[in-house]
Design a protein around this ligand. Sequence first.
Ligand code: ZN
Length: 74
Amino acid sequence: MEQKTCDYSYLPCQFCVGKNHCRQCGEDIRRALLGLSGVAAVEMDVPARRLTLTLDGADFDDVADAADALGVFL
Ligand SMILES: [Zn+2]
């Protein structure tokens, strides 16, 4: 297992009240990333804009690409 912490600069929050620091959008992203194969755990610290990934076989670059596709800029 490998743990990666990264700071993200953006969440896809244009239409919700919280804009770029919204807990609901963070939760949506968290669930989407958690659904990827080889991802054991995902923590989103929305106020700190920090994403912590626990990888169990997944390649970090692949997860980062998936996050990018969801509109999160790492
Ligand atoms: Zn939001």
